[in-house]
Design a protein around this ligand. Structure first.
Ligand SMILES: C[S@@+](CC[C@H](N)C(=O)[O-])C[C@H]1O[C@@H](n2cnc3c(N)ncnc32)[C@H](O)[C@@H]1O
Length: 217
């Protein structure tokens, strides 16, 4: 299966998820909703499971959330977080359909993800939060990191669309590939703020923008 496909998963693709694993069950629920690009399922899953190996408990705050699948999967993978807040400037109308498909299969998710249409800089964060952001384009990732660090919250970002003319590559672009230099500077800055940093990747066969930066104060 091509996991990087941007085609929507619909009921016709449910055969791709035939098993009894949690992931296959999620895949079938996503197909039932019929609205999510295939790669977003794999990205959200790969990020959520790595985050949950590091961070338990706290409110989940999914910034630039799109359909909010990462928020829902974080709750599904680990019941230690009571609630999630999913924030986007423009929540797709189909986000509700997707959430409903998930709550049909997992009623314990009901009423636990709050969707808020707002700019992420309007959200008040607290030290207990786990702030996640998957593919917040360009400098939006920096804003997520800045906001989370200002609150002293744990964070996990999967950056994308590095705009090298605007981004801080710390003078490292002569040695490192430009986007990598930008992410190294991001990690380094978090360390300087007293954060412990965890760097991982999700499979490049899903997305080439696959560096996962996690950090905890
Ligand atoms: C590439 S999409 C990623 C969506 C989702 N996280 C995913 O992985 O599918 C970037 C998202 O950022 C949102 N966005 C852009 N500026 C924003 C802002 N200032 N505050 C909140 N969301 C914003 C867009 O509406 C868009 O949904």
């Amino acid at each position: 299966m091509n996991r990087s496909s941007k085609n929507r998963l619909t009921e016709k693709e449910a055969f791709l998820f035939p098993g009894d694993t949690l992931f296959d069950k999620i895949g079938r629920a996503v197909c039932q909703a019929g609205c999510l690009p295939r790669k977003e399922l794999f990205e959200a899953w790969e990020v959520a499971r790595r985050v949950r190996r590091r961070f338990r408990g706290g409110r989940i705050v999914d910034l630039a959330c799109g359909h909010g699948l990462t928020a829902a999967l974080l709750l599904l993978l680990d019941n230690s977080s009571p609630k999630a807040l999913a924030v986007d400037l423009s929540i797709p109308p189909s986000a509700e359909k997707l959430y409903r498909a998930l709550t049909d299969s997992w009623p314990r998710l009901e009423q636990r993800v709050e969707f808020r249409e707002a700019s992420l800089d309007e959200v008040t964060l607290t030290p207990g939060d786990v702030v996640v952001s998957v593919h917040a384009c360009g400098n939006l990732t920096d804003l997520v990191i800045e906001r989370a660090a200002a609150a002293g919250a744990r964070l996990a970002v999967l950056p994308c669309c590095h705009h090298l003319d605007e981004a801080d590559h710390g003078g490292l672009a002569g040695w490192l590939d430009g986007p990598l230099a930008v992410d190294v500077v991001r990690a380094n800055r978090l360390q300087q703020k007293g954060y412990r940093v965890y760097t991982q990747t999700i499979p490049a066969s899903i997305t080439p923008k696959n560096r996962l930066l996690m950090a905890a104060p």
